[in-house]
Design a protein around this ligand. Structure first.
Ligand SMILES: *Cc1c(COP(=O)(O)O)cnc(C)c1O
Length: 390
């Protein structure tokens, strides 16, 4: 069932690469189906912006289609065209809205559905969103507290009144976005839910969407007609402070290029931070911040993060191995002393994140979130896709 395919696109040949990304498309499909079960009876779309959170639209979209997904959200019109190549018949919704008249033509050509966020989006779509005499579908975004994109509730009220008369817009969906969904107890969630219900009343008969990944876990009241998970599809933790039920999709491993001994009192990496407190066996791997492995994961090795006692860790031979010193552009050092003198050899790989080293733990050590590690995955890895459907 699990067939392994190699891709030339965005992938470096394995013998020439410092690290390997294994992207498990079966886990992606399983995560989709789990989120769809949790969302039902609401429909579940997939957010594939940022090149499907770094894993590659060209592979993610077919896997999601095979798992039953029929609607995709992207951030930008250019991303919409990439999804269109992989999904000739799907609904493709572009979150960041229309930019100008020229972009509106691109929407027509690629049959993209814009999210109308602003007064200018509304005017552009009223002018350009026509297929001959027939208005093309759009999504109306109402801001309920995020203050990022979306019409105010007052503007939406005016629009609803006008549109009831003119019928200039054909909204497929009314949407809003949660600011604090990852914190189930946050009072903001209920406030946004109430504001969204008020907005919904303005557009009777139009389907609604509020929940991102985290919103799905807030429960049925937040699901409406369509949920739009992103990070949870890719195995990231959507909700903070609870066990992450999703299957990891991305495994990043880096090749060991040297194993060396350093004596107690010596230092490791740039800046010569805190001397080693014991004789140490160091595994040097060929990946660093140029591969999207964050420099801030160095923990105490980076002056700005002095307050963090330890940085991130890798995983090899059934053990967690702490990062030593600063992450450099192309190389990172790990302390493998506890594995014994001959356990690690040149050519072995250390897991930077994946099933044994949760991406969100590495992100937390680096002062960031799994989303940023995924979307920042470097272009120097060998990429291997497993678990392709069919
Ligand atoms: C990115 C995004 C999502 C997906 O969010 P996740 O937290 O990754 O599930 C959904 N809706 C909007 C408007 C977004 O910008």
């Amino acid at each position: 069932m699990t067939n392994v395919i190699e891709t030339a696109r965005g992938s470096v040949a394995e013998p020439l690469a410092g690290g390997r990304l294994t992207i498990d498309l079966a886990a992606l499909a399983e995560n989709y189906r789990m989120l769809a079960r949790l969302s039902a009876p609401a429909e579940t779309a997939a957010v594939v912006k940022g090149d499907a959170y770094g894993i590659g639209i060209a592979h993610a979209v077919p896997a999601l289609l095979a798992a039953g997904c029929r609607r995709f959200f992207v951030a930008l019109p250019a991303e919409g065209a990439a999804v269109r190549r992989a999904a000739p018949d799907a609904d493709i919704i572009v979150l960041n809205g229309l930019f100008d008249a020229e972009t509106a033509a691109h929407y027509a050509r690629e049959r993209l559905i814009p999210v109308l966020n602003t007064q200018s989006d509304l005017a552009l779509w009223e002018a350009h969103g026509w297929d001959g005499e027939v208005p093309r579908p759009c999504v109306i975004h109402v801001d309920t507290g995020m203050n990022r994109l979306g019409l105010t509730l007052e503007r939406a009220r005016v629009l609803a009144g006008e549109n009831a008369l003119t019928g200039a817009l054909t909204p497929l969906l009314l949407m809003s976005h949660l600011a604090c969904g990852d914190d189930a107890g946050h009072a903001m969630n209920r406030r946004q839910l109430e504001a969204f219900q008020a907005a919904r009343a303005l557009f009777p008969g139009v389907a609604a969407s509020l929940a991102n990944s985290a919103g799905i876990f807030l429960g049925e009241a937040y699901h409406f007609g369509l949920t739009r998970p992103g990070v949870a599809l890719y195995g990231g933790a959507a909700v903070s402070g609870v066990a992450n039920p999703m299957r990891p999709v991305v495994t990043a491993e880096a090749r060991v290029v040297q194993v060396r001994r350093a004596a107690a009192g010596e230092t490791v990496s740039y800046g010569a931070p805190r001397p080693l407190d014991r004789d140490t066996l160091i595994a040097v791997v060929a990946a660093g911040y140029a591969d999207g492995y964050p420099r801030s994961a160095s923990g105490a090795g980076v002056p700005l993060r002095d307050r963090v006692a330890a940085g991130a860790a890798g995983w090899i031979g059934g053990r967690t191995v702490p990062l030593l010193g600063r992450v450099t552009m192309d190389l990172t050092m790990f302390d493998v002393t506890d594995l014994g003198p001959d356990a690690v050899a040149v050519g072995d790989t250390i897991e930077l994140f994946g099933p044994n080293m949760p991406i969100d733990a590495v992100a937390a050590a680096a002062g960031t979130i799994g989303y940023e590690l995924l979307t920042g995955l470097g272009r120097r890895y060998h990429r291997r896709y497993t678990g392709e459907a069919g």
